[in-house]
Design a protein around this ligand. Sequence first.
Ligand SMILES: [Zn+2]
Length: 371
Amino acid sequence: MGTILWTLWNFDILAGNAVFSCSTARVNFRLFRLSLLAAAMPLVAAADIKLPDAAAPTEAAAKPTLPPAAITPVTATPPAAAPVVPVPGPSAAVPASSEPPLEIRRAIAVDEKAPVVSPPVSKIVFTRCEVPAPVIAITFDDGPNPDHTPRLLDMLKARNIKATFFMVGRCVVTWPHIVKRIADEGHEVANHSWSHPLLTSLGNTSLDSQLQKTHDAIIKACGKAPLHYRPPYGAIGMSQRKRIHEKLGYSTILWDVDPLDWKTPRNSKKVEDRILANTKSGSIILTHDIHGTTVDAMPATLDALIARGYQFATVSQLIELERETASTVVATAPAPVPLTPEPTIPVVPMSTLPPETVAPAQPAKAVSVDE
Ligand SMILES: [Zn+2]
């Protein structure tokens, strides 16, 4: 069953469609749809452009100037007052009365009548995905860049690789034709804020503005709406993640593979080596298409990953594969064996217990992202 589902999903990658179903009805629908979508995606070539350098700060330039205490690294324990973002496992039930978040509604819109089997809809932060096959997502941040993004797109096109671009809003409005080329060639467009600030230092009004302006600019440039964002420096508060998800439907996309390509002195071989050493199935790879050395590293890096058997997906496709895999596991799991009644344990009144046997109340733990 897993092999069949995986094969079907591969067809979807070829068809440029991220939606994947697992129930019998939806698989039938998928087979029908795949027969209609067998043609390859049209590829629109655009002339390389050469415009002045972007004014947006790079991760490399801005990082050393950041006050370390102000950054909320993704591994940090969130403030006690921050609301907990639950990340239930695949068996978590979806409340019947709650409406799925926006991106889930998009994902299931293909067949609204098909039963939705307990997808983990409340997971809104991803550093990597749990997938049953060697599928990975490579991401490029801080662009578009007139010197390096077009040649990167040539490299991706030559290998039929789809990537995800987390773009800075003011670069989007400066080079909208590169954004259009990115979208036209089947890559995923995503939001990386308007001017690359430390989002944890912003109030709600500025936070909303940073993401909404970029969201609108990307739509204007290419006609496609981002589904995800990545916070600059990976720094974002727990309540901010929830707010952004509620306002824009975005998931927070972090990474599990960081080749440190922004660090000077930059070195293409080190970028390649770090990516190859750390990538595994379900990885989300962080890179920056504003650095020539990063783009220079791509041919050898991509070819080596392909040689190792990895297939490339956009971030949305990778997340969808994780969700469908989780749903499939739940849907195909054998019926639970009825439990034999547990022996009755005599109830001891609390007042009779010695004080040390009463566990102290544990503070609620907030979910932190593995980073
Ligand atoms: Zn960045």
